[in-house]
Design a binder for this molecule. Sequence first.
Ligand SMILES: [Zn+2]
Length: 103
Amino acid sequence: MQGVYNMYPNCPKCNQDFEMEPGFYWGAMYVGYGLYCFYMLGTIAVLIFGFGLTVNQSFGTALAIGVIMVPVIARLARVQWINIAVRYNKRIADKIAAQDEAS
Ligand SMILES: [Zn+2]
């Protein structure tokens, strides 16, 4: 599993299919856009009001950190996107927990 954008085709624990249909994660781009906006606005606000930087300084700093944050936010967006489509199943989670305790 090389690269920050690569994913397992199935969950190693519960065998959930992570590639349910071609292009499934296109929608995660919209979630990622929202997350990135929250990140930028929050970081700029903290840098301006917390550290006393100017608007240009704080925008440049937030962008520089934001380049590092892109893969993190992309993965968070995929997690949120798949959680819209796949429901949490307590029965399967309990079964996996019991298997983990046994081994
Ligand atoms: Zn799983």
